[in-house]
Design a binder for this molecule. Sequence first.
Ligand code: NAD
Length: 308
Amino acid sequence: MLKVQPPSIDEVAALKPGAILISFLQPSAHADVVKALASQKVTAFSLELVPRISRAQSMDALSSQAGVSGYKSVLLAANRLGKFFPLLITAAGTVTPARVLVLGVGVAGLQAIATARRLGAVVEAYDVRPAVKDEVKSLGATFVELPLEAQEGQGGYAAQQSEEFLRRQRELIGDHVATADVVITTAAVPGRRAPTLVTRDMVVRMRPGSVIVDLAADTGGNVEVTKPGEAIVLNGVTIDGSRNLATTMPVHASQLFSRNVSTLLLSLVKDGQVKLDFSDEIVKGCCLTNAGELVHPQAKALLETSKA
Ligand SMILES: NC(=O)c1ccc[n+]([C@@H]2O[C@H](COP(=O)([O-])OP(=O)(O)OC[C@H]3O[C@@H](n4cnc5c(N)ncnc54)[C@H](O)[C@@H]3O)[C@@H](O)[C@H]2O)c1
């Protein structure tokens, strides 16, 4: 069974023992589904857990869908903004380009920068991982340098930041937020609530008519006032907390997602049969349950916590 969202308990019960499931499973949010998959003897692969190694890039559904969201976030912002994005020199006067600030430069952030640049905006971007500075520059944007220590975690992800770090970050980024016409926030730390980068006071300092799109809305939001799934207006500033933007571009989101899933499935097949090789980094990395067992250490830890 190949799915986008985790199955319901009833769907799991309908699966044959030995069946294979590939889907986003969000094991940290669906312990009951993971337990049901194990007891039903389903071999389940969680797309979130596909290792981010070169060989698995074509199976990386988190990246393909984040790219769609990053692109669409800028179009949403441009649609709401009562201004042009590009510099225009016309007989009726000169239009200055929109200023876009992107906070968090992972896959979605990079696509947001590229899209805003293509529309002609002046773009600034910031991330707690200075390693992304060259990528930001190569897209024609400016990397915002803050006098803060880097927060590099493992595997190219950000480390969890202290509340003191985030307080100083908010202080330092405040002027950049205040002068932006559009802020796109994408900051995340795997397995944690999204950090708060923009407070209510910072929103109030922005010019009326400015727009924030908070791509972290689903995991708690990077903006203090974000309402997941809604667009609200505070002091004339729109804060768009749209969820799962990939669903708003179904053609290409589906095309990329299906390629991710089929590549993962076909990598498990040898001579027309599914053969699982647990010495393979990809199988070991994203297989959650197999033959009635929880085979993923993270899932095991999760279920032990939920029992306690
Ligand atoms: N196959 C591959 O090699 C591959 C594929 C995809 C992604 N990656 C890498 O994985 C990493 C994570 O990408 P992702 O898009 O999943 O990231 P993510 O969704 O986990 O986080 C988005 C960004 O938010 C940043 N962030 C976290 N806290 C922040 C804060 N307080 N302020 C500002 N920014 C903050 C992170 O550093 C990250 O760049 C990147 O280095 C990416 O290049 C590698």
